[in-house]
Write a protein that binds this ligand. Structure first.
Ligand SMILES: *[C@@H]1O[C@H](CO)[C@@H](O)[C@H](O)[C@H]1NC(C)=O
Ligand SMILES: *[C@@H]1O[C@H](CO)[C@@H](O)[C@H](O)[C@H]1NC(C)=O
Ligand SMILES: *[C@@H]1O[C@H](CO)[C@@H](O)[C@H](O)[C@H]1NC(C)=O
Ligand SMILES: *[C@@H]1O[C@H](CO)[C@@H](O)[C@H](O)[C@H]1NC(C)=O
Length: 828
């Protein structure tokens, strides 16, 4: 019965894994009462034995198989495809299979009939006509002695065999005690947990689930506090987002091919790559920095514990709780009688008492019978004959009286023993069949017998049940986590284990985000605005004017271009083929990894002064420093220099073009299509304005021709002064980012310092206490190894104690009956 209950627990556990969420409080006062009762009961019940010692397992198992008519139940259930088929098979197979088991009972009926028709008038002690005694006999003394010895042997065997029933009773009693103890321990462990193998216990688990459900309910203190901290620290996420958007914007601008290789100018930006590299490092520092880690932590918490994720989490919690509540209810209903009543003790006590009486009775009867038999034999041998006057032997009436008495007693005894033994043998067939199934239970066995039990094991629930049986009961060494064995669909519709869902996808993800905060502080420190990478970037941006980095393409075949090749022939002009697009000369700044750092690079103005007045007759000013000029005549300069001057004029046109044409692409944010820079970002009453975020918190980055900047944006005077051309605007805008990035990074730092303790300490503690620790406790504490241990105790007690004992008693009685039959017929 306990085995059936265990199976029932597993079925309900598995089948309800997909089930409805239980609502309300999971643990009732009644549960706690039962848990306490179970603990007391376990203590009391296990005094008389807590585990079964099986002396010779293989033999005992073989005896069980024998008692079950060769595992008849399993054979039939395995073969039957439906319940109806099973009924058919039972009616077909059972009779022939039961012949052996039913033999003692059949013998009982044969004897009964035989006795009724024959003995009544031949063997009745009150009838005077004892046929056996009436016969005349001439049997030698030696034969009688042999006969005596044989009968003596039978009697001895009878006494031995009947005393074996005592052992059967003792074993059965022990088995019930062990089952009783195991059942009580199981209830105790199921409810209150146990240390080895570790199980948290359903009451603690359900209490935690209850608290978790309470914590996660809308408007709970936890959620309110959580929302409060998340709202208070929203600034860190905003600050990081603003900083990131600006870094990205600058990076995109520097990476724009229009700016790296300005169209139609044969120039390239040789400093852009160096700037981009440093900018990328800053970007990385930002994304791996403390601020980002803080922001990610709060974003992760927000993602997991708000909106639809929170709904999913609540429902996952419900799904995880349902089978546990089901388990609790099943265990409670099934074991209530064990714990609250003393049924098992009564059975065990009755068995012990009646068993003793029964064996004493059987042994006593056997002894009386033996005594009777011996007396009559001895009398037969010594005193049967007495001399008479007529020389005819006269038989003592006492001899056949006694023989008849033995015969009759034997006959009754045989019938009684056949009857009791037969009943118990038949009873042992279903009991041991069931025991063998219980002992051998595995997913394979379950699948093979599922059909006649109307169990549907095809779906995921069936798989779950199978793995639970294999892992929880079948694996004696493992202590698997129950949540690992329950599969549920996650938010994306994938099938994941409950453990992964609650612990892996929820708890571990949140925890790893918090771990990241510590890591980032250890590697980079909390401040981004003072980080080496950022300081370098700021210096680069403010020091390097990108027009000084715009040089004629080094890869271009100037000597092969008819327009410019003559310039290369003139030693004054040739060096300017590597002059910058800036007006003034400049020294390449050191410390930034630029090519040719520390060397002086010529600008447009120097180029012009090289040409004029030596080669140019006059200069014609244009909108930038790349003035036009007219070369002196060929006669004045000579053909070669004249050609060189004309080439220089075309080269100067390139310089003019790069400084004036609408070829550079600038980038900026717009808010509702209105241009915006973070230049005027300010904190007003705790709220930041002018950080160019759209209403939905995103950033809109637009590309525009650099020339138009001044018309559209609230520029500084400095920026306006550059707004005479494309390149200067681009240069000014990039340089302005030194200050803009400073603004946004300073904001990141200030929000980091105000959010650090709120997130790293307050938020973390709040989560740990109310959520993360509990999830971890439940996830790792809800194991099922304890079920296997108890299950094996129950099976051993029930099967190798109880059922084995019953079968032993049955065999002993049957053997007694057979011996007595020999004895009695021998007398005859
Ligand atoms: C019942 O469970 C409690 C809690 O795990 C444990 O301390 C106690 O020892 C158990 N009692 C018995 C008799 O096993
Ligand atoms: C068994 O259950 C699965 C899903 O769990 C279902 O698809 C299938 O139809 C069921 N089979 C029967 C015979 O009920
Ligand atoms: C039993 O459990 C242990 C530990 O969890 C595991 O290593 C082993 O593979 C399991 N055995 C079987 C047969 O599943
Ligand atoms: C331009 O910026 C100044 C602050 O420097 C501000 O007062 C003014 O309102 C801004 N104008 C526009 C059109 O945004």
């Amino acid at each position: 019965m306990a085995g059936q209950v265990l199976l029932a627990i597993f079925f309900s556990l598995c089948l309800s894994a997909s089930g409805q969420a239980a609502v309300g409080t999971y643990v009732t006062a009644d549960d706690i009462r039962m848990a306490n009762d179970a603990a007391l009961k376990a203590e009391a019940a296990c005094v008389s034995g807590s585990s079964m010692t099986i002396d010779d397992y293989d033999t005992a198992r073989a005896q069980l198989v024998d008692a079950s008519a060769n595992n008849i139940l399993r054979t039939i259930m395995t073969e039957a495809a439906t319940q109806e088929e099973m009924t058919t098979l039972v009616t077909e197979r059972l009779p022939s299979a039961m012949i052996g088991a039913a033999a003692p009972l059949i013998m009982f009926f044969i004897l009964l009939i035989f006795y009724t028709f024959c003995c009544c008038w031949t063997a009745c002690p009150f009838c005077k006509c004892c046929r056996c005694c009436a016969r005349l006999r001439q049997i030698p003394f030696l034969a009688k002695l042999l006969f005596l010895l044989m009968i003596g042997g039978f009697v001895l065997a009878l006494v031995i065999v009947s005393s074996l029933s005592t052992r059967g009773y003792a074993k059965a009693t022990e088995g019930f005690d062990v089952t009783n103890c195991a059942a009580a321990k199981m209830v105790n462990a199921t409810f209150q947990g146990q240390a080895d193998p570790y199980f948290l216990g359903l009451i603690p688990v359900l209490t935690i689930f209850d608290e978790l459900q309470g914590s996660l309910a809308a408007g709970s203190t936890f959620i309110t506090s959580l929302t409060g901290i998340l709202d208070n620290t929203k600034e860190i996420t905003d600050a990081v987002a603003v900083a990131k958007a600006n870094v990205d914007l600058l990076a995109n601008m520097l990476a724009d091919s229009s700016n790296i290789e300005p169209t139609g100018t044969l120039h390239e930006c040789i400093g852009c790559a160096a700037l981009s590299t440093t900018l990328a490092q800053v970007g990385t520092a930002l994304t791996t920095g403390t601020a980002q880690a803080l922001s990610s932590a709060r974003v992760e918490v927000n993602n997991q514990l708000s909106g639809s994720s929170l709904e999913n989490l609540r429902s996952s919690m419900g799904i995880a709780t349902a089978p546990l509540v089901e388990l609790k209810t099943t265990v409670k209903n099934a074991f209530e009688p064990f714990v609250s009543d003393t049924i098992m003790e009564q059975i065990s006590d009755q068995l012990a008492a009646n068993g003793t009486v029964a064996s004493v009775f059987m042994i006593g009867l056997a002894l009386v019978l033996a005594a009777c038999a011996m007396i009559s034999i001895i009398m037969w041998m010594c005193q049967e004959k007495s001399s008479s006057d007529r020389g005819q032997p006269v038989y003592y009436k006492r001899v056949h009286r006694c023989a008849c008495c033995t015969w009759c007693c034997g006959c009754y005894y045989t019938m009684l023993a056949f009857f009791l033994g037969g009943l118990l043998t038949i009873l042992a067939v279903p009991l041991s069949s069931f025991c063998l199934i219980l002992e051998d239970i595995s997913s394979d066995l379950l699948h093979s017998i599922a059909a006649p039990m109307n169990l549907n094991l095809t779906g995921p629930e069936g798989d779950m049940m199978g793995s639970m049986i294999d892992q929880c009961i079948g694996n004696a060494t493992g202590n698997p986590r129950l949540l690992d064995l329950i599969s549920v669909p996650d938010a994306n519709g994938n099938t994941v284990t409950m453990y992964d869902l609650l612990v892996g996808q929820t708890k571990d993800q949140i925890a790893s985000q918090f771990d990241q905060i510590g890591t980032s502080m250890n590697t980079g420190g909390a401040s981004i605005a003072t980080s080496d990478d950022f300081v370098l970037l700021k210096n680069m941006l403010s020091t390097i004017a990108l027009d000084t980095m715009m040089l004629p393409k080094s890869s271009y075949d100037w000597a092969g271009d008819a327009n410019y090749q003559d310039m290369l022939a003139n030693s004054d002009m040739a060096p300017y083929i590597a002059s910058t697009a800036a007006c003034a000369d400049n020294v390449v700044p050191t410390g930034f990894g630029l090519t040719g750092e520390g060397t002086t690079q010529k600008g447009i103005t120097s180029f012009l002064s090289t040409l004029s007045p030596t080669y140019a007759a006059s200069t014609i000013s244009r909108s930038n420093c790349a003035s036009d000029f007219t070369c002196k005549t060929s006669a004045q300069l000579g053909a070669t220099d004249y050609a060189a001057c004309e080439a220089a004029k075309k080269f100067m046109d390139l310089k003019f073009a790069i400084r004036s044409q609408t070829i550079f692409k600038c980038r900026r944010f717009t808010v509702s299509s209105v241009p915006c820079t973070v230049q005027f970002m300010a904190q007003v009453g705790g709220t930041w304005t002018g950080d160019c975020k759209e209403a939905d918190g995103t950033f809109t980055e637009v590309t525009y021709d650099c020339i138009r900047l001044s018309c559209r944006i609230n520029d500084t005077a400095a920026m306006k002064s550059f707004s005479r051309g494309d390149l200067p605007t681009f240069v000014a805008l990039v340089q302005a980012y030194s200050g803009l990035l400073d603004l946004v990074f300073a904001r990141v730092d200030s929000s980091t310092s105000s959010a650090l303790s709120q997130i790293q300490v307050n938020l973390k503690n709040l989560l740990d206490v109310n959520f993360l620790d509990k999830i971890a406790t439940v996830g790792n504490g809800v194991t099922c190894g304890f079920m296997g241990t108890t299950y094996r105790d129950v099976v051993n007690g029930l099967c190798y104690g109880g059922v084995w004992g019953i079968k032993a008693v049955a065999s002993s009685y049957t053997a007694c009956a057979v011996l007595t039959l020999f004895l009695a017929s021998g007398k005859w």
